[in-house]
Design a binder for this molecule. Structure first.
Ligand SMILES: Cc1cc2nc3c(=O)[nH]c(=O)nc-3n(C[C@H](O)[C@H](O)[C@H](O)COP(=O)(O)O)c2cc1C
Length: 182
């Protein structure tokens, strides 16, 4: 059955390594007949959570701030699968996508029925240390149960720094295969 898949990209570099991973994943998902939406969080105006508790003051205001998150929230709510495609920034999510994730607090605080979704993590980084993805992977794994989501797969590509480096790895093939397999 066709799934509704939302890909949140986290890099400000359009066409960069994690963006290419997102595109490969989307190619796979589309070829399997899924409905896909891609949102570049770096292009959004999102102030970020201030913990005010004013979440869902009304249906059109998931966040108290009148910013772009209010258009993103219903897209997330409708999704069967949420994909986080982001490079490592200081061992975790870049601020651009982290601000959007912080605003997921509104789902939790307002007890929105978001549980049961699948999630995917696509990430890359310049380092090659065996534990370089520990920070982002652990954050991702700890976020999911709070939302009632479960992991449907990860592709983590080390050793890619310059734009296009990911093309020299098997990362894009793995992203496409994961997108197709959902
Ligand atoms: C602010 C910043 C922080 C970074 N921190 C890390 C890091 O902690 N570990 C790492 O392996 N690479 C780090 N990198 C390198 C990027 O993860 C790497 O260049 C990646 O391929 C960028 O992906 P993109 O092309 O999708 O933007 C950092 C890059 C920037 C700009």
């Amino acid at each position: 059955m066709a799934k509704n898949i939302v890909v949140l990209t986290g890099s400000p570099r359009a066409g960069g390594n994690s963006d290419q991973m997102a595109e490969a994943f989307l190619r796979g998902a589309r070829s399997a007949g899924h409905l896909v939406t891609k949102i570049s969080t770096a292009e959004l105006n999102v102030a970020g959570c201030v913990g005010c508790g004013g979440c869902y003051g009304d249906e059109s205001h998931p966040c108290c701030h009148g910013d772009d998150f209010n258009a993103v929230a219903p897209v997330i709510e409708r999704a069967d699968v949420v994909v986080f495609a982001a490079p490592l920034y200081w061992s975790t999510f870049p601020a651009q996508i982290k601000r959007v994730i912080d605003n997921f607090y509104c789902f939790y605080a307002a007890k929105r029925p978001v549980e049961g979704k699948k999630a995917v993590l696509l990430s890359c980084g310049e380092d090659t240390a065996y534990n370089m993805f520990d920070g982002i992977q652990r954050a991702y794994e700890l976020i999911l149960p709070v939302l009632g989501w479960s992991n449907a797969g990860m592709v983590l590509v080390p050793g890619v720094g310059e734009i296009g480096d990911v093309e020299k790895t098997d990362g894009l093939k793995r992203c496409e295969a994961l997108g197709r397999s959902l």
